[in-house]
Design a protein around this ligand. Structure first.
Ligand SMILES: [Zn+2]
Length: 250
C-alpha cells in the first residue's frame, strides 16, 4: 500500500483509532478482525490488507501472504480461479477441457486466452492506445476482434470450411465465441482427436496472423490439412510441418 490508511478512509476515522497498532486488529487464532475496520476502508484496500499475514511474535518479519489459500502460499490454480471469477461454470469447464488436451503448455495458454477476448487484436490494441486502426489487415473495413481472427476472417473461413466439409469439428456461426471453443473441446464430433487438432489449428492461425501483421508472410495460408497424428505440428512451432500426410499447409 502506497498511502497511509487514513488517506484512503471512506469516512472520518474516530480519534480513538488513530493510535491503534496493527496487532490490535489481529487475532492469533482467526486472523484479521475485519469487522472493526470494514466500514472505514474501500473494498480494494480491505482485500489488500486481508491478503497480508501478521506475525505478532518478536523477531518475525512481516511477509506477503496469498489470501486465496488458507496456507497463504501461492497456488496457480487459485490465481486462475480468481481470474476466471467465481460465477462462470462455463469458464471452469473450458479450463478443465483445455488441461486435458495433450498439447504444449503454450498452446493451452492461447486456448485459454481466446474465449476471454484478451488477445492483442487490433481492436484491443486501439483500446489500449497501442494502435490507430482497429481493422483487420487482410479484410479492409472489418474490425479485427478475437472472433474475427479465429472464425470470420476471410482466409480463416477457408480453413474451417475444409474441416466442415470433412464433417469434423463444430462450426455453427450462431455460437458465441466461448460456446464455439467449448463445443470443439468437448468431442462433439466424430473425431476423438479433434480437441487437439482444434487447439493446434488455433495456435497456427494466431501465429500466421502475427506473421502477416509483421509483413513476414503476405497472407494466412488458404488451406490447412490436419490428419492424424498431429504430433508433428506439436513437436515444433518454429517451422511449418512438412511431412506428407501428417500436417500439411498449402
Ligand atoms: Zn480479416
Amino acid at each position: 500500500m502506497q498511502q497511509p490508511l487514513l488517506e484512503v478512509a471512506t469516512r472520518p476515522v474516530p480519534a480513538s483509532v488513530h493510535q491503534k497498532m496493527v496487532t490490535d486488529y489481529w487475532n492469533h487464532g482467526t486472523g484479521w478482525c475485519c469487522e472493526e475496520f470494514r466500514d472505514l476502508l474501500p473494498e480494494s484496500t480491505l482485500n489488500q490488507i486481508t491478503s497480508i499475514q501478521v506475525y505478532p511474535e518478536a523477531g518475525i518479519q512481516d511477509e506477503i501472504f496469498w489470501g486465496k489459500t488458507s496456507s497463504g502460499l501461492f497456488l496457480i490454480q487459485t490465481a486462475i480461479a480468481m481470474l476466471w471469477g467465481d460465477n462462470s461454470s462455463d469458464d471452469r469447464l473450458i479450463w478443465k477441457k483445455i488441461w486435458k488436451v495433450e498439447v504444449p503448455q503454450k498452446m493451452r495458454l492461447l486456448m485459454w486466452l481466446v474465449p476471454q477476448g484478451v488477445l492483442m487484436t487490433n481492436t484491443n490494441r486501439v483500446r489500449r492506445g497501442m494502435a490507430s486502426k482497429p481493422e483487420c489487415n487482410m479484410c479492409p473495413g472489418l474490425l479485427e476482434d478475437t472472433s474475427h481472427i479465429f472464425r470470420t476472417c476471410e482466409r480463416v473461413r477457408e480453413v474451417w470450411h475444409y474441416f466442415e466439409q470433412a464433417n469434423t469439428g463444430v462450426h455453427d456461426p450462431n455460437l458465441e465465441l466461448k460456446e464455439w471453443v467449448l463445443c470443439n473441446l468437448t468431442h462433439m464430433t466424430n473425431d476423438t482427436t479433434w480437441p487437439m487438432k482444434f487447439t493446434v489449428a488455433l495456435w497456427w492461425l494466431w501465429r500466421w496472423r502475427n506473421e502477416a501483421c509483421l509483413g513476414r508472410i503476405s497472407n494466412i495460408p488458404g488451406s490447412l490439412k490436419l490428419s492424424t497424428p498431429v504430433d508433428i505440428a506439436i513437436e515444433s512451432d518454429t517451422k511449418v510441418p512438412r511431412k506428407e500426410g501428417e500436417t500439411k499447409i498449402e
